[in-house]
Every structure is written in structure tokens, then in C-alpha cells.
Design a protein around this ligand. Structure first.
Ligand code: ZN
Ligand code: MN
Length: 496
């Protein structure tokens, strides 16, 4: 049947039944290793085609692969972070199929229920109502990436094997799927990506293809048990496209069913430009890859002590920090989120708090002044002059009333430029806040005397002119007057 056209932002239509989507997520992540999975070729994005290859990753006869220990360790650490069970004995399999980007004619991968390095795990995602939802993970396994086919400007196609043999981790959610809408799909991917970057497993660059997500989607009528036929989506290279892709595919399938048709088992591509999916190929049946244990690779065996040492080496994960910042330091969910979206940033915050900083004040300065300054300078927290100690010093000066918030901003700007300590700058420049009531009274008095017309307007009910007077007084005090005392003194005088 002909599928009606859908725009991604079309309104919900009236349907005969209510539908629910089921979304499985298959994520491939290129690992942050120096070298490839089974040879010593360099791993790096880009480069002249076929310059990072050797007889092993080109699959020439007579070569033997040697597994990359670091890659195995990264997958194990990820599996632990994703609450998986660990396969203490595990082997590599050959997944056999023919395609020009696969030089050996098979991909080294891991097959089986409990053979993948990690299995039966879960990832927690925050939900809109402030709770969490567990997304079950079926497996986390290690394999190798393929090469890339390229269409040549002069016609024909070439193949670049620079990527062939790059360590690749595959993370697959469990069936039946826990993800039932596009928001959860996006949140899952976002949490997963954050964890992978956090623990140094992958750089998470979706636009460069080092993190790739292929969701499979099916729909069924609410209340029924039978899952619908699923389609798989490819070419999604941003969070937004994953979210829009799942939305589109859900709507498309519902329309097919509502129109009396049946959803075909297909692989569909995502067209970023017109925000729709298109048919790539129809899957007549599951491919038979003839998986078998790779005879060139020795079985892996891990002991409890090794796994325990990996477990202990893992940093606290973002979601755990997010929860803890709210519980321990009473920060808002939004603030906790802004502090935990990057590991260095969160660690900077915690270091400042451990040095005696007030958590809320440190947080305020980090997400406002500090973030803005870093953005403008194009720096990260760790390569700027500002250290946790600077922020603690600055916020403590403000908290103690030594300087006011406005002077604090000037002092911060100076620290950011020179790396000087806030208390030194305050001392050198004589920026200490003036809380001497005699001096403040004197200036208030002289400003009122110099502006009798403004005072008259105030007395006649235009109370908003008070701000103008405060401004004049603060200016006279070169910004160093205690603003609370200025407000109070002025009010007293005006009320006389
Ligand atoms: Zn190689
Ligand atoms: Mn795979």
C-alpha cells in the first residue's frame, strides 16, 4: 500500500486505536585506544585513505591477530559501569559475510547469550516526573570496525581501510524493550554517551561516527502482547535525529497499520534534510552469519581480583553525582545537571567544596561568571588560570562581607586574566567593602542635598526614583559600599 506522507511536526491525528512504540537501541562505540584491535596500526579520525593499515588489518594470508589488552579493559569497565554481569571466560567469534569494506570476509565479534564481555545489565535514565527508569541492557561486546566505502569524484568507488580493525564496542538493549517513546530513546543515548565519555571509553563524536546509534522500532496496540514487526533506522548522526527518527518511524508505522497494511521488516535510512526515513533494503530473513569461534584468538579468562580492581578504578558516574548533589548539598536538579554534564567540571566543583567553599555559592559562580568567561576565551576549566582555590577564596570574601557581589565580579575578571588570588587583589587594590556607617551616611546625605528635586519626587509618591539615588551613592563609593547598608541608610533618610 501507499504510505501517507508525514511531516515530523504534524499534529496527532485521530486513530482507531491507541498505540505504543517499542524501541530497541543498538549502539556502536569506537574505543579510545592508541592502536587497532588486533594490530599496532594507529587509531585516529581522518587521514589519507589506506595509510593506517598493515597486513593484519588488511586480512592478508598468513598474518595472526593479537588482541588489544586496553580495548578489552575498556569494554569490561563499560560493562561494569552499565551494571552488567561479567563473562569471566569469553571468546571471540567470526561473523562471516561478504562486503568490500570487510577485508577478511568476516568481522571478529562476540556471539552468544553469556559470552559477551558484559551481559544482563541496565542503565538508569531520569524521567520527566523526577524519578528514574531502568533500561535493561542485553549485552556489551567487543568487535572490530569495518573500512569505509567512498564514492570517488572521478566515478566509481574506493575503499578506505584506515578504520578497518578499530576496536568497536557494541551495546544492545534487552528485549522486550523498556524504551517506549522518542524522549526515552534520546535520554538513553544521552546518558550512555555521557558515561562513555566520562570513563574515557569513547569520545562520543556522533558527527564523526565514533558513536553510532541504530534504533529498531515497532508499534503495537496498547494492551496487546504481540510485538509488531520492527524496522531498523540508520544514518542518525545526532541526538536530534535519533529523537526525530524514532518519532517519524512510529508515526509512519501507525499510519501503515491504521491504513489496513502490515509493517514490513526493513532497514531504513534517515534523511536529515527533510526529516523522514526512506527504504534502504527489505529484510527477507535474518542473515545467517555462520558464527564460529575464531581459531586464531585464544580465549579470554579474567579473575575476580582483576575485575574488582577495574570496579574500584571507576569514577563516580554522572547520574550518581546528580542525585548526590541534590541530596548532600541541596542543589536544584537543574544546577546539579549543569555541574555534572562533564567530568572535569564536576570534579572542579567537588574540589572547591572540599576546600571549604559554600556549595551553592561555588555552583552559582561556576555556572554564571566562570562558564561565561571560559566560553568567551574558548578554554576549559582546567586550562584557565582559575583553580578551585580561587573560587573558594572569592566566594568566602563575599560571604564574609569583605567585598560585595559587584566588586566580586571585577575581582573575578582580574583573576581570570592574571591568575592572581582574589584576597590579594582585594588587598592590593583596596577593594574592601565599606561598611563604615559614618562614611556611608555622609555620602548619602551629600547626594540627597545635591538632588532636592529627586527627593521631592520620591516624597510625592514616585518611590522608584530610589534606585537612581542608590546608583549615585554606589558610584560615589566606587562600588565598594555595602549595598545593604546603603539601602537601609538611604531609606531612613528619605523616611525622615
Ligand atoms: Zn593494521
Ligand atoms: Mn556490531
Amino acid at each position: 500500500m501507499k504510505v501517507p506522507e508525514f511531516k515530523s511536526n504534524s499534529h496527532n491525528r485521530e486513530y482507531m486505536a491507541e498505540y505504543v512504540a517499542s524501541v530497541g537501541m543498538e549502539v556502536h562505540a569506537e574505543l579510545l585506544t592508541q592502536t587497532k584491535m588486533f594490530c599496532r596500526c594507529t587509531v585516529a579520525f581522518g587521514g589519507e585513505p589506506n595509510t593506517r593499515t598493515c597486513p593484519i588489518c588488511l586480512g592478508l594470508p598468513g598474518t595472526l591477530p593479537v588482541p588489544n589488552r586496553k580495548a578489552i579493559e575498556i569494554v569490561l569497565r563499560t560493562a561494569i559501569a552499565l551494571n552488567c554481569q561479567i563473562a569471566m571466560d569469553s571468546i571471540f567469534h567470526r561473523k562471516n559475510y561478504f562486503y568490500p569494506d570487510l577485508p577478511k570476509g568476516y568481522q571478529v565479534s562476540q556471539y552468544g547469550e553469556t559470552n559477551p564481555l558484559g551481559y544482563y545489565g541496565y542503565l538508569e535514565i531520569p524521567t520527566k516526573d523526577g524519578g528514574y527508569k531502568k533500561i535493561k541492557i542485553r549485552r556489551v561486546h567487543l568487535e572490530e570496525d569495518t573500512g569505509k566505502l567512498m564514492h570517488m569524484p572521478q566515478g566509481g568507488s574506493g575503499v578506505d581501510y584506515n578504520r578497518a580493525g578499530v576496536p568497536l564496542m557494541e551495546i544492545v538493549t534487552d528485549f522486550p524493550p523498556d524504551i517506549e517513546n522518542s524522549d526515552d530513546a534520546k535520554e538513553y543515548l544521552s546518558q550512555l554517551r555521557a558515561i562513555l565519555i566520562w570513563i574515557g571509553a569513547c569520545d562520543g563524536k556522533m558527527e564523526e561516527g565514533s558513536l553510532r546509534c541504530e534504533p529498531n522500532i515497532s508499534v503495537r496496540v496498547v494492551g496487546t502482547d504481540a510485538y509488531g514487526t520492527k524496522t531498523e533506522l540508520k544514518n542518525l548522526n545526532s541526538f536530534r535525529s535519533v529523537q526525530l527518527g524514532v518519532q517519524f518511524e512510529t508515526r509512519r508505522q501507525v499510519a501503515v497499520v491504521e491504513g489496513g497494511g502490515t509493517v514490513a521488516q526493513e532497514t531504513r535510512g534517515w534523511n536529515e534534510a527533510n526529516e523522514s526515513s526512506y527504504l534502504m533494503r527489505v529484510k527477507e530473513s535474518e542473515n545467517d552469519y555462520r558464527y564460529f569461534p575464531d581459531p586464531d584468538l585464544v580465549p579470554m579468562k579474567f579473575d575476580e581480583a582483576y575485575i574488582q580492581s577495574l570496579r574500584e578504578s571507576l569514577p563516580e558516574l554522572p547520574l550518581s553525582k546528580w542525585k548526590r548533589y541534590q541530596e548532600e548539598w541541596k542543589l536544584s536538579a537543574k544546577h546539579a545537571d549543569q555541574l555534572t554534564n562533564e567530568r572535569n567540571w564536576a570534579e572542579f566543583f567537588e574540589e572547591a567544596v572540599s576546600l571549604g567553599g559554600d556549595p551553592q555559592l561555588i555552583c552559582n559562580w561556576m555556572i554564571a561568571e566562570f562558564s561565561a568567561a571560559l566560553n568567551e576565551a574558548g578554554l576549559t576549566a582546567r586550562d584557565s588560570f582559575i583553580t578551585p582555590k580561587h573560587l573558594v577564596d572569592l566566594t568566602n570574601l563575599i560571604k564574609a562581607g569583605t567585598i560585595n557581589g559587584k566588586i566580586g565580579k571585577d575581582v573575578f575578571a582580574e583573576c581570570f586574566k592574571t591568575g592572581g588570588m582574589p584576597s590579594d587583589i582585594v588587598k592590593e587594590k583596596g577593594l574592601t567593602q565599606v561598611s563604615d556607617s559614618g562614611e556611608i551616611q555622609q555620602v548619602c546625605m551629600s547626594i540627597l542635598e545635591a538632588n532636592p528635586d529627586v527627593v521631592t519626587r520620591y516624597k510625592s509618591g514616585q518611590t522608584n526614583v530610589k534606585g537612581f539615588l542608590v546608583g549615585l551613592i554606589m558610584k560615589e563609593g566606587k562600588g565598594r559600599f555595602n549595598p545593604g547598608m546603603v539601602q537601609e541608610t538611604l531609606q531612613e533618610m528619605l523616611d525622615r
